[in-house]
Design a protein around this ligand. Sequence first.
Ligand SMILES: *[C@@H]1O[C@H](CO)[C@@H](O)[C@H](O)[C@H]1NC(C)=O
Ligand SMILES: *[C@@H]1O[C@H](CO)[C@@H](O)[C@H](O)[C@H]1NC(C)=O
Length: 348
Amino acid sequence: MALLQWLGLSFLVAVQSSAVKNCHPGCHCEVESFGLFDSFSLTRVDCRGLGPSLSVPIPIPLDTTHLDLSSSSLGPISDAMFAGPGYTTLVSLDLSSNSITKLSPNALSKLRYLESLDLSHNSLESLSPSCFYGLPLSEVDLSHNSFHKFDMDVFAGRVNGEPVNVDLSHNKLVSVSPSLHGKTGHIRSLNLSANHLASAPSLAGLQLRYLNLDGNPITQLKEGTFAQLKDLAYLSISGLGELQEIEPKSFAGLQNLQVLDLSNNPKLKSLSPAVFTGLDSLQELNLSGTGVASLPTTMLAHLPSVKIITLGRSIQCWRSQKQGQFHRQIGPTQHDDVLNCNVQGVVL
Ligand SMILES: *[C@@H]1O[C@H](CO)[C@@H](O)[C@H](O)[C@H]1NC(C)=O
Ligand SMILES: *[C@@H]1O[C@H](CO)[C@@H](O)[C@H](O)[C@H]1NC(C)=O
């Protein structure tokens, strides 16, 4: 075991933080090498808090994979900003806390390997419909911005359902990625928390696994809002000061959702069981900090997989088998299950 660990450590990770060529004075650059003969490496460049730069693009080492430019007073992002050597290999880019008001439509177009983009804590109100066009983005954080509405076409390169006309000349195109054919891309995680969205955006057809809509001024969730988000596993709709109503079947179509966080929605006073129709995989439901004080006994029929429901600050309810109904067959049958809470009188 010890020998294996020693072998693992010496072969797999060798961090050479020195001798990184072309590291900008205000940044910290680090190369991590992996594999038996250091055959695979990641170059991380940390320029956090760099401050306004005279030269654009900021010089970074060739083959940089991770770049942190957060809190660097970047302001509006121009096409030239990420067009330098070293940028084309970026897999992740952190642009959070930069007072960004505008992202030029082609600013990211050279970042053909970009999977993770953090634009949180900026002042964006909109994005041009082609700005993520053709990028293999899987994770986008747009939390703490000023979006009043959000159009998923940014992931598809479409304007009003029509493919955007993009000039592909002057490119050494080897193949055209699927997203260029108008499919909806690879996006798995989208964070839209703390924006100005008055209604839940339509994201039908995206292959999202994580969606965060916390802290938006949404007043109502309508039937079918999340239809066609069948891959979604985690949905957070928490801290909505104005949310008063969730219509029945609002979550219909979320057949793989495992966690639903509806906590801290104080104006939400009641929920009919039909609200939860279609949540066949839901395991955890958080209703703490809402006006919902009790649960109907029929709740379990609508939530066949639920394990735990959190209600008040310290009220928790679990699925358990009805007492005195233990059968010797293997596995409980569903209608024998009841909700048991650590406080009496919650299940009515
Ligand atoms: C989404 O954004 C909020 C607010 O910035 C943050 O607390 C949360 O961790 C983010 N979620 C993910 C998955 O990064
Ligand atoms: C439910 O939400 C509250 C408030 O956001 C949080 O403090 C608590 O940890 C959550 N409970 C569970 C079981 O996730």
